[in-house]
Design a protein around this ligand. Sequence first.
Ligand SMILES: [Zn+2]
Ligand SMILES: [Zn+2]
Length: 177
Amino acid sequence: MEYGLQPYQLEPVRRDDFEVDDDVIDNVQIREEQEEEWRKYNKEWCECQRCGLMPTAVECLCCHEIGNVVRKMNLGLEDELKCIVEHFEFEFVCLHPGVIRTALVARHDVRRNQLVDPIPNETFRLKAYRQFTYWVHDRLGKAIRRVIPACVVGRIRQEYPSDNGAYVGFKEADLQA
Ligand SMILES: [Zn+2]
Ligand SMILES: [Zn+2]
């Protein structure tokens, strides 16, 4: 994908850079409308080689297709990353149980609920998705912005697998996180 690769490499991210991302969001919406069903059957859309096929076309999204993710991959790093899951911060922010648990505590504290151990993997997983959104976009934003690239979903599921092998899509996850 062209967008995001050239112009912003070594510049600090400015708030108005999100405008670029809105183009991507529009692309996602158009794609959803056109029902690009082919995405569910072959992985030509994946540039990072880490994405798996997902059950819906809109979830079949590579990290290289999201402007803010591409910027994150290029920003201030010596080597260009092939995939956002290789970013050194990804492991801390989106996978580390201490960080995810602390984010859960903060959320429960705001709601004045007590967090009860043991925390199910599903709760960790949904919070990890949310962590990714905050990390990459600096905010929650529109629902469509919360589509998590398939490579990231796969890595988070690997870390916090489902007991019964069942996973909810990002839309359902969104309601629970
Ligand atoms: Zn990919
Ligand atoms: Zn990727």
